[in-house]
Design a binder for this molecule. Structure first.
Ligand SMILES: Nc1ncnc2c1ncn2[C@@H]1O[C@H](COP(=O)(O)OP(=O)(O)OP(=O)(O)O)[C@@H](O)[C@H]1O
Length: 213
C-alpha cells in the first residue's frame, strides 16, 4: 500500500538514513524511539507533509514527492488521515459540525457506532472550544475516520487520554484498519501500546530497525 525507500533526512544534523518500510493494507505498525530521534519527522515524510532529503515514498504506484502539489494535496485529503496530538478543530463549531464537515468533504458518512465507542456520541451539540483536551482529541480522531482514509498516520494519538479511554481509542483505530483494509502507522513512546501493533520498528542511531512483525 505504501512503501518508503531509502529515506534520509536532516535538519541541522543528520537525523536518519536508509529508512525502508513496506506498509500493507489492513496492517498496524508502530515506530518507537527516543525523544528527538526523528519519529515524527518520519511520519511527516510518509504522510506528504515534509519532503525527505533523499529517498522515495510510493503510494498507489506513484512516488509522492515527484507529484505536482495539487496531486499531492488530493492524496493527502482523500486517502490519508493524519492524527497529531495538537488537534485543529474549528473551535466556533460544534463537535458534530466538525465531524459533519469532514463527511461532506469526503462524501463518506461516519459510523455512529464509532462515536459511541470513542465515548463522544453525547457531545455532538457542544461547541468544540468548550470541550476538554481529551474530548477534542477524540473528536479530531472521529473527524479523521469520517473521511474513511486508506492510511492513518497517528503521532502519540492517546498521549492526553487516561489509560482506559486511550485503550478504547486504540482499539477503534486498530479495528478500523482491519475492517476497512486500511493501515495504521503509529508513532509512540509507549512500548506496551507499540506491542499491540502487528509490526514494530525502532529508530536508533539514525537507523530504523524492525523489532517485530
Ligand atoms: N522543522 C524543523 N526544523 C529544524 N529542526 C527540526 C524540525 N522538526 C524537528 N526538528 C528536530 O529534529 C529532531 C527530531 O524531531 P522529531 O520531532 O522528529 O523527533 P521525535 O522522535 O518525534 O521526538 P519526540 O518523541 O520528542 O516527539 C529534533 O531534534 C527536532 O528539534
Amino acid at each position: 500500500m505504501l512503501q518508503a525507500i531509502n529515506l534520509s533526512h536532516s535538519f541541522e544534523y543528520p537525523l536518519f538514513s536508509e529508512v525502508n518500510l513496506d506498509i500493507k493494507a489492513g496492517s498496524t505498525t508502530a515506530i518507537v524511539g527516543a525523544s528527538g530521534s526523528g519519529k515524527s519527522t518520519i511520519l511527516h515524510i510518509l504522510s506528504t507533509l515534509l519532503k525527505p532529503k533523499s529517498g522515495e515514498v510510493i503510494f498507489g504506484g506513484k512516488n509522492l514527492y515527484s507529484l505536482k502539489d495539487d496531486e499531492l494535496l488530493k492524496i493527502r485529503r482523500q486517502d490519508f488521515g493524519i492524527i497529531f496530538q495538537a488537534h485543529y478543530l474549528f473551535r466556533g463549531f460544534s463537535a458534530g459540525e466538525n465531524i459533519e464537515l469532514a463527511s461532506i468533504l469526503s462524501g463518506q458518512k461516519i459510523d455512529k457506532n464509532i462515536l459511541e465507542r470513542l465515548g463522544i456520541a453525547g457531545l455532538m451539540s457542544q461547541k468544540a472550544s468548550e470541550l476538554s483536551g481529551g474530548q477534542q482529541q477524540r473528536i479530531s480522531i472521529a473527524r479523521v475516520l469520517a473521511k474513511r482514509p486508506k492510511i492513518i498516520f497517528a503521532d502519540e494519538p492517546t498521549g492526553n487520554l487516561d489509560s482506559h479511554t486511550a485503550a478504547d481509542v486504540m482499539s477503534v483505530l486498530c479495528e478500523y484498519a482491519k475492517e476497512q483494509s486500511s493501515a495504521l502507522v503509529l508513532v509512540t513512546h509507549d512500548e506496551r501500546l507499540a506491542g499491540q501493533m502487528d509490526a514494530q520498528f525502532g529508530l536508533e542511531n539514525e537507523k530504523l530497525n524492525q523489532i517485530r512483525g
